[in-house]
Write a protein of this length. Structure first.
Length: 221
């Protein structure tokens, strides 16, 4: 089997993937085996206090949705605890200002299935929540999430189907919280530079990047 160079692996070589694919659950289980007891008993249909502690400590959530146009995974960040518990089977998440694409919200109103992945800086343990969501514009609910005098335009109400913690291997392997391994943002293309390319130079890279900090400050909430 020939080797191919992968620049993402810093010059190392990896084996080219075989065209053989797994096409059934039975094949997959034969390869991986069945999950152990701890992988199964951790999954619940409600948020227990131990899981609520991770939600309260998390300032960042990845929101996965599905719709007619396909899948979407959207980053959601706010002050820690911005996702709140209405009760043990209901979560509330404000939809703060963004780019107005509203991909996640469009998906939710057509396919209510959603998945959340909570990250807590410094912790290797993540929390996963699957359920069904709706987009609420109830005024009292929106007012409950006011920040700096601004209420979110809507609130995502998530009805929990399953909640469970994810083991820390992925965080440990990535060394995600190790500041010594953080990438210098200056080594990456800026948003302005990307937009200049994708817009065929209709957007001025320097002007966009220069204006962004103040624009973000004014539209944070």
């Amino acid at each position: 089997m020939p080797e191919v160079s992968n620049p993402a692996r810093h010059g190392k070589t990896v084996q080219r993937m075989s065209t053989t694919t797994i096409t059934s659950v039975e094949q997959l289980e034969a390869l991986y085996g069945l999950p152990g007891e701890t992988s199964l008993v951790k999954e619940l249909d409600r948020v227990i206090p131990e899981y609520a502690a991770f939600i309260a400590a998390s300032p960042f959530v990845a929101l996965a949705t599905s719709g007619p146009e396909g899948l979407d995974c959207s980053p959601r960040g706010d002050l820690a605890g911005f996702v709140r518990l209405a009760d043990e089977r209901t979560l509330l998440m404000p939809d703060r200002q963004g780019n107005n694409r509203a991909d996640s919200l469009k998906n939710i109103i057509r396919d209510s299935r959603v998945g959340l992945l909570f990250l807590v800086p410094g912790s290797g343990t993540t929390l996963r929540v699957n359920g069904r969501a709706e987009v609420s514009v109830d005024d009292a609910l929106r007012q409950a999430f006011i920040m700096e005098g601004k209420a979110p335009r809507s609130v995502i109400v998530l009805h929990v189907d399953a909640v469970y913690f994810q083991c820390a291997r992925a965080i440990h392997r990535s060394d995600l919280w190790n500041a010594a391994k953080h990438v210098d943002p200056r080594s990456l293309p800026t948003p302005g530079q990307i937009l200049a390319v994708t817009s065929s130079a209709k957007i001025d890279a320097d002007a966009y990047d220069t204006a962004w900090p103040e624009r973000a400050r004014k539209s944070m909430w």
